[in-house]
Design a protein around this ligand. Structure first.
Ligand SMILES: [Zn+2]
Length: 230
């Protein structure tokens, strides 16, 4: 049995959300005390309501989120193999916000590891944002991001998807979002708000981060997992 590493952040009322995104609300829809009266023999159940953004917390963007063109695939229209496959995690957590992550940073991080990046890999980029500020208000404000050239480099390396342990692969000081614009142009998607990348830094593993089958969804929360063969 391989080792499973949870790369997902928790979902709860009060969790940080990207500025301008829908807040998360969780409520008791039916409690044991309420439902026991509806049955005989002691049966009861507890269920909750859940309202949240389709971009929160650990989630994958649909192409329709990135590209306004007619026919850009929504999350339910994207092939499942987009969300599963060989992966590598590199560490650029020495870059402090508000600095940008550059091509040099990415290349040096790869060179420091034991594994080559292969075309078709998922590349997870440990920025350190979750480790620094996860669960605090700072998390949605203080993080670094890739510059334009670093975004183009991801495309040139042939990555299938990529992901970050921060609210966005774009630096929050940017107003042009070059990495999201690369994703729009090339129809490459990415994961945001990953967690626990310190546990898989430098490793090669299988990544799984399947979205919910939301009709017309512009993204979806995922349970992101690294499947590690030690
Ligand atoms: Zn995004």
């Amino acid at each position: 049995m391989p080792r499973l590493v949870d790369l997902s952040q928790e979902i709860y009322q009060g969790m940080g959300v990207y500025p301008g995104h829908l807040k998360t609300v969780v409520w008791d829809h039916a409690t044991h005390a309420e439902t026991i009266r509806l049955f005989e023999g002691g049966f009861s159940f507890h269920s909750q309501g859940l309202m949240m953004c389709d971009h929160g917390p650990t989630h994958v963007d649909a192409i329709s989120h990135l590209d306004p063109a007619d026919g850009a695939p929504s999350i339910d229209e994207m092939p499942l193999d987009t969300f599963y496959g060989p992966a590598l995690c590199i560490d650029v957590s020495h870059v402090e916000p508000p600095e940008y992550i550059t091509v040099d940073d990415l290349v040096q991080a790869l060179d420091a590891g034991a594994h080559e990046l292969e075309r078709g890999d998922a590349l997870l980029i440990r920025t350190g944002a979750f480790e620094r500020h996860g669960g605090t208000a700072e998390y949605t404000r203080r993080y670094t991001g890739l510059d334009d050239e670093a975004g183009q480099w991801l495309y040139n390396q042939g990555v299938k998807v990529f992901g970050v342990d921060s609210p966005s692969p774009d630096n929050p000081i940017s107003r042009t979002y070059p990495v999201h614009m690369m994703c729009r142009a090339k129809h490459i998607t990415h994961y945001e708000n990953l967690a626990n990348l310190d546990q898989v830094t430098g490793l090669r593993f299988t990544f799984a981060g399947f979205p919910l089958r939301i009709r017309g969804g512009t993204g979806s929360p995922v349970r992101a997992v690294a499947i590690v063969e030690d």
